[in-house]
Ligand binder design. Structure first.
Ligand code: ADP
Ligand code: ZN
Length: 228
């Protein structure tokens, strides 16, 4: 698939920020509020690992070590997903691009389909706080809602607020050692994208150290302006 079925003006938003910055949480809220589709390469890769595809087999060890999966695999997965009809309402890219190679590939992909990046929004956080955020987080296995032991507990212990499931999951790579590796990979390979998007005139930044709802409100305003 080449994405040619995506209409020309579908908004494209990018969330940038280190692991634990809240990209996934905020992307889900934007999806609910604005109807855009959250595309998380982390989720797509975890699905590939669970399905045991060739790409998943190759990605598994890299992800467990906190490194970055090869551009080739990630770009192929993203390109496929972007061509799905639901993406025609607009997409929020969460965790992609993560390298300059991926950013350039995205530019090419969008140019081919007559699309543009509306905004690349950088969630600014302190590294020190990220370890605590990541090691406390868990997700509902039923509906995918994200939670945190301290910052966003479920209303009833062990039960999802949204769907009532008691099947909660913690990611294999959300442990202190791997988090350090993921932060290093972020600074070495992903942080340069802030300058990349600044150069294109689409960069916006927001302080993402506050509470989830305040950040969501600010972000929602930015998105509304960016998509016109
Ligand atoms: P986080 O942002 O908290 O690190 P993600 O779910 O986005 O979590 O990513 C988990 C892991 O999946 C990363 O540590 C990396 O190994 C892999 N991954 C996700 N997106 C990409 C990408 N765009 N390029 C390379 N690897 C990726
Ligand atoms: Zn749920």
């Amino acid at each position: 698939m080449d994405g040619a079925n995506v209409p020309t003006m579908a908004p494209v938003l990018i969330l940038l920020g280190p692991p634990g910055a809240g990209k996934g949480t905020q992307a889900r809220m934007l999806q609910e509020a604005h109807g855009f589709v959250q595309l998380s390469t982390g989720d797509l890769l975890r699905a590939a690992v669970a399905a045991g595809t060739d790409a998943g087999k190759e990605a598994k060890a890299v992800m467990e070590a906190g490194g970055l999966v090869s551009d080739e695999i990630v770009i192929a997965i993203l390109k496929d997903r972007l061509a799905d009809p639901d993406c025609a309402t607009g997409v929020i890219l969460d965790g992609f691009p993560r390298t300059t190679g991926q950013a350039e590939a995205l530019d090419t992909l969008l140019a081919d389909t007559g699309q543009q990046i509306n905004a690349a929004i950088s969630l600014e956080v302190d590294d020190a706080a990220m370890v605590a955020r990541i090691s406390g987080r868990f997700t509902c296995g039923g509906c995918g809602e994200g939670y945190h032991d301290v910052n966003k507990p479920t209303r009833v212990l062990g039960i999802c607020d949204k769907c009532g499931s008691s099947h909660m999951k913690r990611r294999a790579d959300d442990n202190a050692e791997t988090v350090g590796e993921r932060l290093s990979a972020y600074h070495a390979q992903t942080a340069p994208l802030i300058a990349y998007y600044e150069g294109k005139g689409v960069l916006q930044s927001l302080d993402a150290m506050g509470d989830i709802k305040t950040i969501a409100t600010t972000l929602s305003g930015m998105v509304r302006n960016a998509v016109g």
